[in-house]
Design a protein around this ligand. Structure first.
Ligand SMILES: Cc1cc2nc3c(=O)[nH]c(=O)nc-3n(C[C@H](O)[C@H](O)[C@H](O)COP(=O)(O)OP(=O)(O)OC[C@H]3O[C@@H](n4cnc5c(N)ncnc54)[C@H](O)[C@@H]3O)c2cc1C
Ligand SMILES: *[C@@H]1O[C@H](CO)[C@@H](O)[C@H](O)[C@H]1NC(C)=O
Ligand SMILES: *[C@@H]1O[C@H](CO)[C@@H](O)[C@H](O)[C@H]1NC(C)=O
Ligand SMILES: *[C@@H]1O[C@H](CO)[C@@H](O)[C@H](O)[C@H]1NC(C)=O
Ligand SMILES: *[C@@H]1O[C@H](CO)[C@@H](O)[C@H](O)[C@H]1NC(C)=O
Ligand SMILES: *[C@@H]1O[C@H](CO)[C@@H](O)[C@H](O)[C@H]1NC(C)=O
Length: 537
């Protein structure tokens, strides 16, 4: 017999390719059919199933997928897409989804608001499906006992709006961007501009409902204090699907005050002196005052667009402008805040102000889940325990100018944050931390060249900061997800892999999280790139 020539091989290869292709398509069809069949036995009424399961051939699959993508880095043609998206309408659908995904060995991702900075709620290197919680968003506010039940598919804006509908002097201490989802934000230990007075969102939790690895729905009493502790800052997605939290509302005055003050490095008032002093004052001043500082390379106003650095201080003060000005005259005169730039308003108006809406926007805009702009972004985090010296701040300014696009956001801690023990919740960064840094970069150009340039910049900013931030471990904030600090393959070495990022996020709380994880999900159904590992010994 003659050996096969290229011309005889080609049709053969084509056949093989076609065969594999049809097998692949068939496989995903089978997955869909199998899932629908399994769910139909568990979802009531069974005809609901076809309304809550999307496969790629469904017309609205792409819309449903993209509706909660908040980082364009994960909206490209090469981004791995889910095999299926399930959108439960009621809690029992969530239980059914866990049971069926387990039976069919499908890897499930959980998504609420989709704001994860590295997209892990909707992207995975391995085949996966998404359980998308956006339909589960009822919010019941009870002003009598100052609490609210919030389903995790809600956004923070929806929660703030529902509180405001019932009371003008109540609030909840959580994040600043209204489109952030409750599910990821609260389970990850979210914070906002009330943190110096009231701590984190997880410092104000009363109860929760979760669907566990067996699909059981458990409240705080049924799940026990260990699991409740774990989902109060350890990230929900390692432990189960959080269905709802019962949160404790906090009190705010009828009038709060906000301002934004900016100093430029190349102008008369000494910016370095102000930033240096801010590090000492912002974490120790009156607890009614929260100050965030944005440090960004910008074009100069004074010197013909030359690159310089700007420090912008944004503040939320739980009281009137007069008192605020008195405090700052004493504590931070270097910032030069005059009453004219202070704006008194209601708490809900301050929510809108922080979200960059102008001051006559109606609060109903908080019910809009779509952010006005989405771009490519990367974030990283650090904790500062000793003030950075003026000489080192000067070096930092030069570095930021050289890099060109990477910025830093300083969020002052202290106050209530220093009173809560580091083990009270999985979030460990309490007393001893002056402020948290977010390294931040945004871009709008598509393609790998741009991505490489901007990612390199922010990673350089992160290396530059190493001598000035916490060490052993170099702390990181779970909600500022950063896959650079370690990932797990969820294989044999998952404990060792998990230790790398786990100590950064949770410090000494990591081991307790591992114990809870091992007890509640020994088969590691709830896993992702940075989940808490199972440790069987
Ligand atoms: C524009 C913007 C502004 C931000 N501002 C702040 C801020 O002010 N303060 C702050 O603390 N953080 C802030 N963050 C970070 C934000 O808190 C986190 O990204 C948070 O995890 C987002 O929650 P999500 O539900 O929107 O995200 P998702 O991407 O849906 O989920 C994030 C993680 O939580 C898991 N998860 C989601 N829902 C559930 C659930 N129901 N049960 C179990 N696991 C679940 C996901 O699987 C994933 O691992 C901001 C992020 C963005 C993009
Ligand atoms: C997806 O497509 C199938 C088959 O056409 C259909 O039965 C199902 O209702 C669709 N699902 C959704 C959620 O629209
Ligand atoms: C994601 O990409 C698709 C296709 O290029 C586009 O239609 C969609 O608007 C993008 N999504 C976002 C949130 O920008
Ligand atoms: C700001 O003050 C520092 C010392 O406090 C000094 O080294 C620096 O030159 C000053 N900068 C300007 C622009 O005056
Ligand atoms: C609203 O904004 C306008 C224009 O910036 C300003 O003049 C006005 O004082 C603001 N009102 C409040 C309540 O802050
Ligand atoms: C990126 O965009 C966010 C939101 O608009 C903004 O808060 C942040 O300062 C930007 N970062 C940089 C470095 O410009």
């Amino acid at each position: 017999m003659k050996p096969p020539t290229p011309s005889t091989l080609f049709p053969l290869l084509l056949l093989v390719v076609l065969f594999l292709l049809s097998f692949n398509l068939g496989a995903s069809d089978t997955t869909y059919d199998g899932l629908v069949q399994c769910l139909s036995k568990r979802v009531l009424p069974p005809n609901q199933v076809s309304k809550i399961v999307y496969q790629p051939t469904n017309a609205s699959f792409t819309t449903v997928l993209n509706d909660h993508v908040r980082n364009l880095r994960y909206n490209t043609s090469t981004t791995p897409k889910p095999l299926i998206i399930i959108t439960p309408l009621v809690e029992s659908h969530v239980s059914a989804a866990v049971v069926c995904a387990t039976a069919l060995r499908l890897h499930m991702k959980i998504r609420s608001g989709g704001h994860d900075y590295d997209g892990i709620s909707y992207v995975s290197p391995n085949p996966f499906i998404i359980l998308d919680m956006f339909n589960l968003r009822s919010i019941e506010v009870n002003i009598q006992d100052e609490s609210a039940w919030v389903q995790t598919g809600s956004t923070l804006g929806e929660l703030y709006y529902r509180i405001w509908e019932k009371s003008k002097v109540h609030a909840f201490p959580a994040g600043i961007c209204p489109t952030v989802g409750v599910g990821g934000h609260v389970s990850g230990g979210g914070y906002g501009n009330l943190l110096r007075k009231y701590g984190l969102a997880v410092d104000n939790l009363l109860d929760a409902r979760i669907a566990d690895a067996r699909g059981r729905i458990l409240d705080r009493r049924a799940m026990g204090e260990d699991l409740f502790w774990a989902i109060s800052g350890g990230g929900g997605a390692s432990f189960g699907i959080v269905l709802a939290y019962r949160v404790k509302l906090v009190r705010v005055p009828e009038t709060v005050t906000v301002f934004r003050a900016e100093l430029y490095l190349d102008e008369k008032v000494n910016m370095t002196d102000m930033v240096h002093k801010w590090q000492l004052v912002a974490p120790s001043t009156d607890v009614d005052l929260f100050m965030r500082m944005l440090i960004q390379p910008v074009s100069s106003r004074a010197n013909n667009g030359k690159k310089t650095v700007r420090a912008s201080v944004l503040a939320e003060f739980l009281g009137p402008a007069d008192r605020l000005v008195t405090i700052l005259d004493k504590d931070l005169p270097e910032l030069g805040v005059k009453k004219e730039i202070c704006m008194e308003m209601s708490w809900i108006q301050s929510v809108l102000w922080w979200a960059n809406f102008d001051n006559n926007t109606a609060p109903t805009v908080l019910l809009d889940r779509t952010p006005d702009s989405v771009y490519f972004l990367k974030r990283k985090s650090d904790y500062v325990q000793n003030p950075i010296t003026k000489a080192n701040l000067d070096r930092l300014w030069n570095k930021l100018i050289t890099l060109g696009d990477s910025g830093l956001v300083f969020n002052a801690y202290g106050g209530r944050m220093s009173e809560i023990p580091a083990t009270a919740t999985p979030f460990p960064h309490r007393a001893g931390n002056l402020y948290k840094i977010q390294h931040s970069i945004n871009w709008s150009e598509e393609g790998p060249e741009a991505e490489k340039n901007y990612m390199t910049q922010i990673r350089e900013s992160y290396s530059f900061m190493e001598p000035f931030v916490s060490r052993n471990p170099r702390g990181a904030f779970l909600n500022y997800r950063d896959l650079d600090i370690g990932v797990t393959s969820n294989g044999k070495d998952s404990y060792a892999e998990g230790l790398v990022y786990g100590l950064k996020y949770f410090d000494r709380n990591f081991d307790r999280l591992v114990k809870v994880k091992t007890a509640v999900d020994p088969t590691n159904f709830f896993r992702h790139q940075q989940s808490i590992p199972v440790k069987l010994d």
